[in-house]
Unconditional design. Structure first.
Length: 303
């Protein structure tokens, strides 16, 4: 069973980053709708705790974080490469900027502005995802919005002279900047700032018009049953390494180094320079192999 199953919800910006890539590559995939706020009882049996969206499931393999999800899709489907090698480093750096700094500058003002179209518990849920010291150090909303407007100028400067963020073709850099700006369009005042740059509006439309690839919806129960009926492949990848700090067989807890502190606890099966996979067992889904990138995550030994 090697279907791509994306656990997401319609409003999720990071899901749109992955979906734009599924569209670009013309791939078939299954969409499982997950709740917009915690708890996520049909997701956490797969991840062991991680509640962020999206999560990619392939059989009993669970991929957390879009950085890793996209690399996995790219390595499995090579016919339509997303980012040529000569642009990959630049695309990953730009994607990191978009996913963190641009996202924060856009999300904070957007979330306040769209509060009437999200469930009432949404703001409390998102506030609870932040560490208290981050909340205490929060910058004034007007400043954050002004930073977003400055970010737009940099994006527009590029799109005024090339059709895509890194030149003539769609790459990872477009998917990453797209998901943030597309989400910001939900907030009227941010959409007005975006629309002040016709090159950005045109580029957004080009990506939206790419569609969603071959999407078919799937029930969460079916996705959980697929994980249960499948045995993960524990074979280490060719680039697996020996890392004394993260040795195979060790039990570890994995958690994000930014917002969302839920942990995945499991036994290390393999480690590469940029990712790792832990085995865990759950009454509902049996044995699963949960994959994480190393960038952006903390690992702590557990007995
Ligand atoms: N670094 C993560 C960030 C994912 C993320 O923040 N996703 C948002 C939704 S787009 C989220 O999970 N928010 C809380 C939630 O949906 O429960 C990634 O690249 O996948």
């Amino acid at each position: 069973m090697s279907e791509l199953i994306l656990h997401h919800y319609e409003m999720s910006p990071f899901s749109k980053k992955v979906i734009s890539i599924l569209a670009f590559k013309g791939l078939d995939w299954r969409a499982v709708a997950q709740p917009i706020v915690a708890p996520k009882p049909d997701l956490t049996p797969l991840t062991g705790g991680y509640r962020k969206i999206p999560v990619l499931q392939i059989g009993a393999h669970i991929y957390c974080d879009t950085k890793l999800i996209i690399r996995e899709i790219e390595s499995r489907f090579t016919e339509t490469p997303l980012t040529p090698p000569e642009l990959l480093g630049a695309a990953e750096l730009l994607a990191d900027w978009a996913d963190t700094r641009l996202f924060l500058n856009a999300a904070t003002p957007s979330i306040y502005e769209i509060s009437e179209i999200v469930p009432p518990e949404f703001l409390t849920d998102r506030a609870a995802m932040q560490r208290p010291e981050v909340i205490a150090a929060a910058l004034p909303l007007e400043h954050v919005k002004a930073q977003f407007v400055l970010d737009l100028k940099m994006v527009a400067r590029q799109l005024a002279v090339t059709p895509y963020m890194l030149g003539a073709r769609f790459t990872l850099a477009d998917a990453a900047v797209f998901h943030v700006l597309n989400f910001a369009c939900n907030a009227a005042s941010l959409k007005a700032e975006i629309d002040a740059h016709p090159a950005i509006t045109k580029w957004l439309k080009t990506i939206i018009d790419m569609g969603q690839g071959g999407r078919q919806d799937m029930d969460a129960a079916e996705a959980l049953a697929i994980a249960k009926d499948t045995t993960p492949d524990y074979t280490p990848p060719a680039d697996a390494i020996i890392d004394a700090a993260l040795s195979v067989g060790q039990r570890i807890a994995i958690r994000s180094d930014d917002y969302g502190q839920e942990e995945t606890v499991g036994e290390i099966v393999w480690v590469t320079g940029e990712a790792l996979a832990v085995k865990r067992e759950d009454a509902q889904v049996g044995e699963v192999l949960v994959h994480y990138p190393r960038l952006g995550y903390l690992f702590e030994a557990r007995d």
